[in-house]
Design a binder for this molecule. Structure first.
Ligand SMILES: [Zn+2]
Length: 364
């Protein structure tokens, strides 16, 4: 058979690898969605959404580092029971895949490989998403320029620059370097705008090629990053799965032994370590479970397609009234009854009370 579909041998199937690779982006989409819904009720969460890339990169950094230290696999791979192994492949060109797996010499991951794995899994995707944002901005600016002309280029740019979060003061005060900096930033944006599509196409093309070759069993590496690091992803053996917990406790007791200082400081550090361990232990599965339960359990009632229909009784609104906490309109009787009982908006679940209800006398 040309390619392996069943789950035999140490080599994971294409579908396992693909699922493991997609997990972080699915998790990110689910987290962003959950935060978006939560932010409707708790506006301070918009701050996290403003720095979504950084927040998610930091989260992944913690998860991946922990996972590589304890299981020799990425966060997603360890959920699928896969492990990373350093390989030195001495393969004759004509050898069959069965021989190939015999000839692979397994050895533990070196520290360099673990660090670079984190770079490939967290830092590079983060940088790419930043480039993507700059590219989008540049494309918008080009579009605007083509629509409105280049006349107020400088003004537009100043606006963008302030919008980026840099201080207004430095932009407006007599900072002599500002025009140079603006010019430089603009040049960088232009360069990114010109190069990014090629970079993106190149990276997508290479990963597509690797995945196709992996599917056809022509290579043992699922991606260029794994090839560059000389790492094979394999199914964990039963022994490895059992060893994981003893390995974690070994690492932890070693860390506890390394604590220095007076007894109170040691106790404090020990307590902090215990907290960190508990959080890390539950972070992986807890995160996925929380997002799942949030999506299932915590949604408000859906909005009807017809705007004249009350979301609560699904009939034409009688005495339309707006709930000022969220801005949605219901029948007066329906929303009064709901808010007195549940103290929240039925759609966004934002906290509300009956003082937030306003009658509308000119309905649209
Ligand atoms: Zn109603």
């Amino acid at each position: 058979m040309l390619f392996q579909v069943g789950g035999q041998g140490a080599r994971p199937t294409f579908f396992e690898m693909s699922a493991a690779q997609q997990l972080p982006s699915s998790l990110r989409a689910a987290l962003t969605y959950s935060l978006g819904v939560l932010a409707l009720r708790r506006p301070f969460l918009h701050k996290i959404l403003d720095y979504e890339d950084e927040f998610f990169a930091l989260l992944l950094l913690v998860l991946e580092t922990h996972s590589l230290r304890t299981t020799d696999a990425s966060f997603a791979e360890s959920l699928y029971g896969l492990r990373r192994r350093a390989v030195k492949i001495r393969v004759k060109k004509d050898s069959s895949p069965a021989d190939m797996s015999d000839q692979i010499q397994h050895s533990g991951l070196e520290k360099r490989q673990k660090v670079l794995s984190v770079v490939f899994m967290v830092v590079l995707p983060y940088l790419k998403s930043k480039l993507h944002a700059i590219y989008n901005k540049e494309r918008e600016a080009t579009l605007q320029a083509s629509l409105w002309g280049h006349g107020d280029d400088r003004y537009e740019y100043g606006e963008n620059y302030d919008g980026e979060g840099s201080s207004l003061v430095s932009g407006r005060s007599l900072d002599r370097n500002a025009p140079i900096r603006e010019h430089l930033m603009k040049r960088i944006q232009k360069i990114v705008g010109a190069c990014y599509p090629w970079l993106h196409a190149g990276s997508e093309g290479v990963s597509f090629a690797y995945q196709l070759l992996y599917l056809l069993d022509a290579t043992g590496f699922y991606s260029l990053a794994l090839h560059a690091l000389q790492i094979h992803v394999c199914r964990a053996t039963a022994q490895e799965l059992m060893d994981t917990s003893s390995r974690i406790s070994r690492i932890r007791s070693h860390e506890r032994e390394r604590l220095r200082g007076p007894p109170w400081l040691k106790a404090l550090q020990g307590a902090l370590l215990s907290c960190t361990y508990t959080v890390l232990d539950y972070a992986q599965t807890g995160l996925i479970a929380a997002v799942f339960f949030f999506k299932v359990a915590k949604d408000g009632i859906p909005l009807p397609l017809d705007r004249k229909i009350c979301p609560l009784c699904s009939q034409k609104r009688a005495n339309p009234s707006v709930l000022t906490a969220s801005g949605f309109v219901f029948c007066y009787a329906c929303i009064f009854k709901y808010v007195s009982q549940y103290k929240r908006c039925p759609i966004t679940l934002m906290p509300a009370n009956v003082d937030h209800i306003r009658r509308l006398f000119h309905d649209i």
